[in-house]
Design a binder for this molecule. Structure first.
Ligand SMILES: [Ca+2]
Length: 93
């Protein structure tokens, strides 16, 4: 994705929501509308494998989870996931 394309997404709330929703649905494998610890664990392992990195430890997964779970509900809701995707997109431009 080009920097211009990323900037266009960040400026357009509807586009951003579409991007976040597409990513969210991939992570939320049971379709519960929330991401739980085991779903995050699975995704982090896949991402690390894709990048050729060591799989994350349980502690690393928990650290990321607790960082994202800002309301401490024990699940990552859409709005919390959106913060993550926005951070990732912002880091690309
Ligand atoms: Ca939460």
């Amino acid at each position: 994705m080009s920097a211009e394309a990323v900037r266009a997404i960040l400026k357009d709330e509807n586009k951003l929501n579409q991007v976040v929703k597409a990513a969210f649905d991939q992570v939320d494998t049971d379709g519960s509308g929330k991401i739980d610890k085991s779903e995050l664990d699975t995704v982090m392992k896949i991402v690390c494998k894709d990048m050729g990195a060591e799989p994350p430890s349980h502690e690393e997964v928990m650290e990321v989870f607790n960082h994202l779970d800002t309301d401490k509900s024990g699940k990552i809701e859409f709005k919390e996931f959106k913060v993550l995707i926005k951070d990732v997109l912002n880091s690309m431009v």
